[in-house]
Design a binder for this molecule. Structure first.
Ligand code: FES
Length: 105
């Protein structure tokens, strides 16, 4: 099964398995992962699932127009910023390691 790891600076990492096609947000919400809120339920409108991709195995999906637009407004945007709701584990993306943003809005 595809795997999502959530890494933190101040607490142990959490490793979650997801079904093919589920997103990093799904992994976070299904496992009560701290730091990812997902208030809009994955519609890419709330900015509360901002994370930084640290590592990945397989191809990350490209940033599409809606995600790119929303990322303009996140706090502390970095080159590896993504929205967890826009990161499905499919098409060969076998695992991803992310750090939730310290502040979501
Ligand atoms: S869950 Fe709202 S932007 Fe990702």
């Amino acid at each position: 099964m595809p795997q999502v790891t959530f890494e933190y600076e101040d607490r142990p990492s959490l490793i979650c398995e997801v079904r093919e096609g589920e997103s990093v947000l799904d992994a976070a919400l299904d496992n009560g992962v701290p730091g990812i809120i997902g208030q809009c339920g994955g519609a890419a409108t709330c900015l509360t699932c901002h994370c930084y991709v640290l590592r990945h195995e397989g191809n990350l999906p490209a940033i599409e127009a809606l995600e790119a637009e929303v990322l303009e407004y996140v706090y502390d945007r970095r080159p590896r910023s993504r929205l967890a709701c826009q990161l499905p584990l499919r098409d060969g993306l076998r695992s991803v390691v992310v750090r939730p943003a310290a502040r979501q809005i």
